[in-house]
Structure formats: structure tokens, C-alpha cells
Design a binder for this molecule. Sequence first.
Ligand SMILES: Nc1ncnc2c1ncn2[C@@H]1O[C@H](COP(=O)(O)OP(=O)(O)OP(=O)(O)O)[C@@H](O)[C@H]1O
Length: 258
Amino acid sequence: MTRAAETAPEPQVVLSARGLGKDFSGFTAVNNVNLDIHHARIHALIGPNGAGKTTVFNLLTKFLPPTRGRITLLGTDITAMKPDAVARMGLVRSFQISAVFPHLTVLENLRVALQRPAGLATQFWRPLSSLRRLDGRADELIEGLGLTPWRDIRAADLSYGRKRVLEIATTLALDPKVLLLDEPMAGMGHEDVHTVAEIIRDVARDRAVLMVEHNLSVVADICHRVTVLQRGEILAEGDYATVAADPRVRTAYMGSEA
Ligand SMILES: Nc1ncnc2c1ncn2[C@@H]1O[C@H](COP(=O)(O)OP(=O)(O)OP(=O)(O)O)[C@@H](O)[C@H]1O
């Protein structure tokens, strides 16, 4: 059993899908997917290439309309809602606001990100007190994510891993209830993987995280629950040890990286 899996009982379900399906011109990319994503838990969506992981992400965040099924966020049926509306309800996908501005410093990037939920960006001028409040929250995020030594460094001059941490920080500026991360470890070196994994563990203490991730040692280390997709359907679900021991999962990954 992984370190993450030892804590019980299961907290509140914040995002769920029932009978979710997507057809592309007659080709079924996702079929009959049922998912429950819990508060304060990290849930991984894994599977071989083409299994349907990105399509499920696009369905959950409403970037794609489902052909079948229902999606519920915090008790509200969001199946027919638009992406910006579900983002405002607290379902935030990393890339939606992950574009950090390279010529702005870490602090300046967070100021920009923090102005969005507050709606301050539309104001021509702002009282000094509101800017100070933003800086206070920006510094909390900077400190919480271990970015203090890089506070006044331009994003362009950060290491790849730190840039990813800054992206996560800008996402957290929206105070999401559910954070969806699409391959957060992609292209990272060993050291950065460790840093970002610890950050994700930390941010999941008071929100749900759903991540697509190919790095299975990270999944084993930080994820409480793992859903394995194959050809658009759920092949197995459980803690990492359970799914990794499942012969069907081993067969699905044969010749892949598992
Ligand atoms: N817009 C589309 N039109 C037609 N087919 C699509 C479309 N999007 C995805 N597909 C197909 O749906 C299937 C699932 O694709 P998807 O990208 O969701 O898989 P994935 O698990 O994210 O793969 P990978 O790990 O390679 O990113 C694939 O066969 C893909 O070719």
C-alpha cells in the first residue's frame, strides 16, 4: 500500500461522472465511464496511448460535449454547462491559465492571475489597498509553493520545473475546488519531478486533484486512487498496488512503460 493510500475514510465526492461517453463520427473514444473524485484526494487517470484520457479530461471540463452520460460538480449537474462557467464553479484545468508571462516576474505573474477571480482586471484604476491585498495573497502562494527565492525573477529565467510550479501557483490563484492536471511531470528531470510531486501532494490537502500522468512511480507515490482506461473504457480502479497487480492492467501495458 502506498503512503498516500493509508489515510481513510473517503471524504466528500466533489466531481462525478456517470455513463460518460464520446463518439467521434461513429468512433467511440470514451464509453460508460463512471468516476468519483473526492475532496483532498489525488486521483490518477492512466492508460496506454489512445486510451481516452485526454478525451475524458475534455469532457469533464466541458471542452467537449459528451455523447452520453452526466457530470456532476459539487452537487450540480454541469453536463450542459460551458467551460468558463464550470471554471467559475471551481473546476480548473492547469492549461486554462497555465500560460505564464515570460517577461514578468514570479510575483507579477501571480498578481495577474489573482486579478482574474477578483474581477479587478476590468477596472481602470485600483485602490492601493486592493493591490496590497493581492500582494499579500501572492506572497502566501509564493511561500506556500517554495518560490520565495525566485519571487523577483522573470519567469523566462526559471528552470523548467520552477516554471511548472509557477503555473500551478497561477492555477491556485483561482482557488479551485477540483484541479485537473494534464501530465504535470511531462519533460521534467528527476529533481523537478520530486519537487512538483510534493507540491501536488500539498495542494491536494484542501482540494481534489485529478491528473493524467505517465510517470507511474509518481502515481504510485502520491495518488490515493487510480483509474485505468483502455480503449475508452475503465479497465480497473483502486489504489496503485491493487491496479498494478491486476493481470488485465499488466496485459494492457505490455510493451508500454509499466
Ligand atoms: N477530435 C477527435 N476526432 C476523432 N478522433 C479522436 C478525436 N480526439 C481523440 N480521438 C481518438 O480518440 C481516442 C482517444 O484519444 P485520447 O487523446 O483521448 O487518448 P489518450 O489516452 O489521451 O492518449 P495519449 O496518452 O496518447 O495522449 C484515440 O483513438 C484518438 O485518435
